[in-house]
Design a protein around this ligand. Structure first.
Ligand SMILES: Nc1ncnc2c1ncn2[C@@H]1O[C@H](COP(=O)(O)OP(=O)(O)OP(=O)(O)O)[C@@H](O)[C@H]1O
Ligand SMILES: [Mg+2]
Length: 110
């Protein structure tokens, strides 16, 4: 399953929702893959800090990706591997937003 969290408006709670959902899904026993498609990389900051604090869930993998074709391809590949995929989109309208929308099973718009 691929879940994209998107809203072209800034500061609506996308990254906060991504953190809550991906962490919860991993703690529930799913293999989770998180794609940070925001050039400001707030999600990756959370990843770094959580790893430093030793609270990063074992089943959660995260990667920054700013290329729309790669976002789409990587999401489908990880889904085929049986992972739950979350995509955190930047609060603007760009090609990464469309890549996230087109590959998703579910789009959440906070
Ligand atoms: N560390 C923080 N301290 C205080 N407020 C915060 C912090 N992180 C986020 N916020 C606020 O919480 C709200 C939601 O932030 P969040 O980063 O989840 O939104 P977002 O939709 O991902 O934003 P963006 O479009 O910039 O990616 C925003 O109003 C933001 O200003
Ligand atoms: Mg964000």
């Amino acid at each position: 399953m691929i879940v994209t969290i998107a809203n072209p408006k800034g500061g609506t709670g996308k990254t906060t929702l991504v953190r809550a959902l991906s962490g919860t899904a991993a703690h529930a026993g799913n293999d989770v893959f998180l794609i940070d498609a925001d050039s400001r990389a707030n999600t990756m900051r959370w990843v770094t800090m959580s790893k430093q604090m030793n609270v990063w869930p074992e089943r959660l993998e995260a990667e920054s990706c700013l290329d729309p074709n790669r976002i789409y391809k990587m999401a489908l590949e990880r889904q085929h591997q049986g992972k739950v995929v979350f995509i955190d989109i930047e609060g603007t309208t760009n090609e990464n937003l469309f890549a996230g929308l087109y590959c998703a099973d579910i789009v959440l718009i906070p």
